[in-house]
Design a protein around this ligand. Structure first.
Ligand SMILES: Cc1ncc(C[n+]2csc(CCOP(=O)(O)OP(=O)(O)O)c2C)c(N)n1
Ligand SMILES: [Mg+2]
Length: 312
């Protein structure tokens, strides 16, 4: 549980830095922060092995960090530096690291779902006991790719965890405006697979749901749909003030902050003392600081490198 807390904190403090650096005009392109949703990535990825796969989204920093990617290389990538995961040419929404099973992110909403299915098919064809976790939003679950990707994984019993991060909004559109159902997990019934809705701000609840889904995947029982109910603390992207959200709703969700909740639990159970919690915070913030330093001091790629690593 302490490790889960540390990981959530890593994502939180890392993104606070990204937000700051964006304000200083050091981040090319836009950013979509994961702040408030950390329990989803951390609870799921804590069940994964290094050789398991993750397919991410436009809101992907948390997935990368939870899967074990290096903070300094993610930060360098976000700042467009040569030392970044994609040599600074991918940026915030395109971080990949095949050596840890991070298959990458995509800015195209819903496009990662069939890729997760494809990774599941590759596992089945190779006959290993790996699994794939594909993350996507509530908005993405309304795309045709969701139906196609989940149905195919279901009929072929592929080892895929479909993780729907239901943060109640797709940009400024509320879930209730575009769906007549409340629980997206109910859609699993249409494909004959298990679907569960969990409190996505409770890292232990997410962990336990993912544990069962991973077990199913490894034993050849097929995919699972897990809907994690959560909330993004910030707007959709950097410049969205999120004026479409009622103030009381935001306040309600801020009270359910997943990192603070776990810290509270650890303190109440006596698993960590206040001093130990402080020490963890200090250590994490030092790692994040080092990542920022590394990224800022790294060079940009040279103009003549622009067409390298491009496939045609
Ligand atoms: C195919 C496609 N349509 C629209 C967009 C513009 N867009 C970017 S993010 C987003 C909302 C996605 O919402 P959701 O899937 O719930 O993920 P969240 O941002 O809430 O994490 C939209 C519509 C896009 N990038 N790709
Ligand atoms: Mg959403």
């Amino acid at each position: 549980m302490i490790e889960l807390y540390r990981k959530m904190l890593e994502i939180r403090l890392f993104e606070e830095k990204v937000f700051e650096l964006y304000g200083e005009n050091l981040v090319p392109g836009t950013i979509h922060l994961y702040t408030g949703e950390e329990a989803v990535a951390v609870g799921v990825c804590a069940n994964l092995r290094k050789d398991d796969y993750v397919v991410s989204t436009h809101r992907g920093h948390g997935h990368c960090i939870a899967k074990g990617a290096r903070l300094d290389k993610i930060m360098a990538e976000i700042l467009g530096k040569k030392t970044g995961y994609c040599k600074g040419k991918g940026g915030s929404m395109h971080i990949a690291d095949f050596s840890i099973g991070m298959l990458g992110a995509t800015a195209v909403v819903g496009a990662g779902i069939p890729i997760a299915t494809g990774a599941g098919l590759s596992i089945k064809l190779r006959g290993t006991d790996q699994v794939t976790a594909g993350f996507f939003g509530d908005g993405a679950s309304n795309q045709g790719t969701f139906h196609e990707g989940v149905n195919m994984a279901a009929i072929w019993k592929l080892p895929v965890l479909f993780i729907c991060e239901n943060n109640l909004y797709a940009m400024g559109t509320r879930q209730t405006q575009v769906m007549l159902i409340k629980d997206i997990a109910k859609r699993a019934a249409a494909y004959g697979i298990p679907g569960v809705s969990v409190d996505g701000n409770d890292v232990i609840a997410v962990y336990e749901a993912a544990q069962e889904a991973v077990r199913r995947g490894r034993y050849g029982d097929g995919p699972t749909l897990i809907e994690c109910k959560t909330y993004r603390h910030k707007g959709h992207s950097r410049f969205d003030p999120a004026a479409y959200r009622p103030k009381e709703e935001v306040e309600e969700w801020l009270k359910k902050d997943p990192a603070r909740r776990l810290k509270q639990r650890l303190l109440e159970n006596g698993d960590v003392s206040a001093a130990e919690a402080k020490q963890i915070e200090k250590e994490v913030s030092e790692v994040v600081e080092a990542a920022v330093k590394f990224a800022i001091n790294s060079p940009f790629p040279a103009p003549e490198e622009a067409l390298e690593d491009v496939y045609a």
